[in-house]
Design a protein. Structure first.
Length: 478
């Protein structure tokens, strides 16, 4: 008999014989009747299988323990208990896979740290089932949004010889024998005998290649894995994560911020429309303000805040007694605590921060016009004491920075001047510079860490809990 998914059974009217299969959440029984809560991953909700003890072998029923896998055939009837509309009165049960007492995901509650040690089994729990279904839906939302808005899905390389300058330490890719490395007269490793004939790494960003796509197709987006070899043991960092990076030709700073806000709101709206059961569960079990916060994002217009004004707000807060661990003077790269203060305490809504100091932003960002005293005037005329770049970072409650974006410098001469000022090696950037030599155009884009989006949508507190198998320092299990 053909299997019906539990999500479909729960939406079916009582009557008729059905077959379903799944994993046992709970099993309680008496001399006369057994109640089995079954889940197949298609929904957060279980279906109850009711088995008359007299009709089934006692030894077989003993094998139905938490985590075991069964097939159940029976009549779909109206449930007499609360919590579900229908249940299955079983006529046949087959144990497909037994589960011993050492099953690591027993019914009793375990800490998230414990479950990370059993990441291959935690996916079967209610919490991680909900998170992974939401993760799928967010991927669908992203593809749908860009498709509907005329973007082309563009595949950038995972193995690269460029590092998107300053984006992070890189994992090297090599076929060389690490115990017998060839070196030149200066003691540097040579790569002539390596697979690609040069030093290569796993990508930290597809942005530079994405800019090539935008100057040919007009509007593209990437969505793929990226890698950062940073020894960061924080709740916000992974060594392997997924990035969404749209790039758009003929886009100015105002239009870029419009895109960032519209895109984020679309994803949040998709989650509320398509993941209501899973969000309700997470709202009850993980974060009781989750749905309210998501709905709040849709109601609010994001604040557009020049960095210089943001620094003034933070310094005023310090004068009034606010304590921060890290300094926040003009020219400092803001820490998460500063970003969250602006979003959660001062404005109480998402913020797009603009016009950052040149000192800690990337070489490819467009520089604002400088004033006679060496400062600059950025978004909406906010005066700054030093050179600033047209960055547009979106800051969210509980997360801090969720999007990092900018208008890109389209002028070859200005871009080269910035590269020289930073004393950068352009050996592997010749192809990127060609975009400014041959038909350059104004353009801009942003990068969104997929896992940080999932953190916000689910209310989870650690980024290691929104990806199936987290890669972090000293951890590459599963």
């Amino acid at each position: 008999m053909k299997r019906t998914k539990i999500i479909d059974l729960l939406a079916t009217q009582p009557g008729g014989e059905v077959c379903t299969k799944g994993w046992v959440r709970t099993h309680r029984g008496s001399k006369n009747v057994h109640f089995i809560a079954l889940n197949d991953g298609s929904t957060i909700k279980n279906i109850q299988v009711v088995a008359d003890a007299e009709k089934f072998d006692e030894e077989m029923l003993k094998q139905i323990t938490t985590g075991s896998c069964i097939s159940a055939i029976g009549k779909l009837v109206e449930s007499v208990g609360s919590g579900q509309a229908v249940e299955i009165q079983a006529t046949k049960i087959e144990v497909l896979g037994t589960c011993g007492a050492d099953y690591p995901m027993q019914k009793k509650g375990q800490s998230f740290e414990y479950m990370r040690q059993h990441a291959h089994m935690r996916l079967r729990t209610n919490t991680f089932g909900a998170v992974m279904r939401i993760r799928h839906n967010m991927a669908m939302a992203i593809h749908t949004y860009f498709h509907e808005h005329g973007f082309y899905y563009f595949h950038t390389p995972i193995i690269t010889a460029s590092d998107c300058e300053g984006a992070g330490n890189m994992f090297q890719v090599t076929t060389k024998n690490l115990y017998d490395l060839q070196k030149d007269e200066n003691g540097k490793i040579t790569y002539d005998d390596d697979f690609f004939g040069q030093q290569t790494s796993l990508t930290v960003s597809g942005q530079l290649e994405g800019e090539l796509g935008a100057t040919a197709l007009g509007a593209i987006y990437t969505f793929g894995p990226t890698f950062r070899a940073e020894n960061s043991n924080t709740p916000r960092h992974l060594a392997e994560f997924w990035m969404i990076e749209p790039e758009v030709a003929f886009l100015d700073q105002e239009e870029l911020m419009d895109l960032e806000e519209d895109f984020i709101k679309y994803c949040v709206r998709w989650a509320l429309d398509h993941c209501s059961d899973d969000l309700a569960f997470l709202n009850q079990m993980i974060d009781k303000t989750l749905i309210e916060r998501l709905e709040g994002v849709l109601k609010e217009t994001f604040v557009r805040l020049p960095y210089t004004e943001g620094i003034n707000i933070l310094q005023e807060a310090i004068k009034n007694g606010k304590k921060f661990e890290f300094p926040c003077n003009w020219g400092d790269d803001l820490a998460s605590e500063h970003e969250r203060y602006l979003v959660e305490e001062h404005f109480k809504k998402p913020v797009i921060m603009t016009d950052y100091p040149r000192a800690f932003k990337s070489f490819y960002m467009k520089q604002n016009a400088e004033t006679a005293d060496g400062g600059s005037v950025g978004y909406k005329g906010a005066a700054a004491p030093g050179p600033t770049m047209q960055g547009t970072d979106v800051l969210f409650p509980q997360i801090g920075e969720i999007i990092g974006g900018s208008v890109r410098e389209e002028s070859y001469d200005k871009l080269m001047a910035e590269i020289k000022r930073r004393d950068m090696d352009t050996t592997h950037l010749w192809w990127y510079l060609d975009t400014r030599r041959f038909g350059t155009c104004p353009h801009g884009g942003f990068g969104l860490g997929f896992e940080r989006l999932i953190l916000f949508i689910t209310g989870m507190q650690n980024i290691r809990d929104v990806i199936p198998f987290p890669r972090t320092p000293k951890n590459a299990e599963f």
